[in-house]
Ligand binder design. Structure first.
Ligand code: 9D3
Length: 247
């Protein structure tokens, strides 16, 4: 899986890719991330990447030419890219389904904007996708690009050591996770639920399903619309919906 990231802050991207699961995947050659400094694709002495907006208004706009030159370099090295993703607050929300779609491709290019935005002709000419990571204001597309590489890389075979946890994330889920505990069995005056110490694996699985469903119902009821629930889970939901809260 090959990623090309175009940015004016390459060190910010490199720092974010150096650690953890993604850092190890790079070391092992499972993913290849090339970070391209947009300023390397300027033609002027001062490596200017921004300019004032036509029509006036606050802030600066990123010039089109450096992005076109960077994309020409990417195409020259890799051929026609399968996906070119513009990171933008005006994009569609990035979801796990997008991560899965990108992971099925061989190559993804990520274009990071800064300032008020990027000249619209860059999107028109190059972008196959325009995505936001959520409704909050960031300073640019670099953190969102790291988010996308992280989410996509986890779906590349071998990147996450324990394939079971990827499975649990992607498909048993659709629900929030159940609560986790480790030793000691009592800490800060709180005991670990007895069922987890019981060794009854069927009961443990049932408790975890119930906890996951309970939390989802309380915190993210929107997720229940598309969750696949068995008869017992539907019965739990009906009981909670009709009964007064107990805690
Ligand atoms: C005047 C309105 N602002 C748009 C909501 C201007 C603006 C804010 C932030 C323009 C660019 C930015 C920089 N943000 C991103 O480039 C960005 C982003 C984000 O801010 N939130 C969530 N996802 C993303 S993806 C790229």
């Amino acid at each position: 899986m090959v990623f090309d990231i175009v940015t004016i802050f390459p060190r910010m991207i490199e720092a974010g890719l150096a650690e953890g699961v993604v850092g190890r995947a790079r070391e092992r050659g499972l993913i290849d991330v090339t970070v391209r400094n947009l300023r390397d694709f300027t033609a002027d002495r001062h490596h200017v990447v921004d300019d004032v907006p036509f029509g006036g208004g606050p802030g600066m706009v990123m010039k089109p030419e450096p992005f076109f030159a960077a994309m020409a370099a990417v195409e020259g090295e890799r051929g026609r890219p399968e996906a070119v993703v513009m990171l933008s607050p005006a994009g569609r929300r990035f979801t796990q389904a997008d991560a899965a779609r990108f992971a099925a491709l061989g190559q993804v290019v990520l274009l990071c904007g800064r300032y008020e935005g990027v000249d619209e002709r860059v999107r028109e000419r190059w972008a196959t996708d325009e995505v936001s990571i959520g409704d909050y204001v960031l300073s640019g597309g670099e953190v969102p690009a790291l988010v996308i590489v992280d989410a996509v890389a986890r779906l590349v075979p071998g990147v996450v050591g324990d394939e079971q946890s990827v499975e649990a994330d992607s498909f048993v889920r659709g629900l929030l996770d159940y609560p986790h505990y480790t030793r000691p069995a009592e800490y800060a005056g709180k005991r670990v639920p007895d069922v987890l110490l019981s060794g009854h694996h069927a009961e443990i699985r049932r408790w975890r399903r119930q906890q996951a469903l309970r939390r989802t119902w309380e915190r993210r009821p929107d997720l229940l619309e598309s969750a696949q629930l068995d008869d017992e889970e539907q019965a739990w939901l009906r009981a909670w919906t009709s009964a007064p809260a107990t805690e």
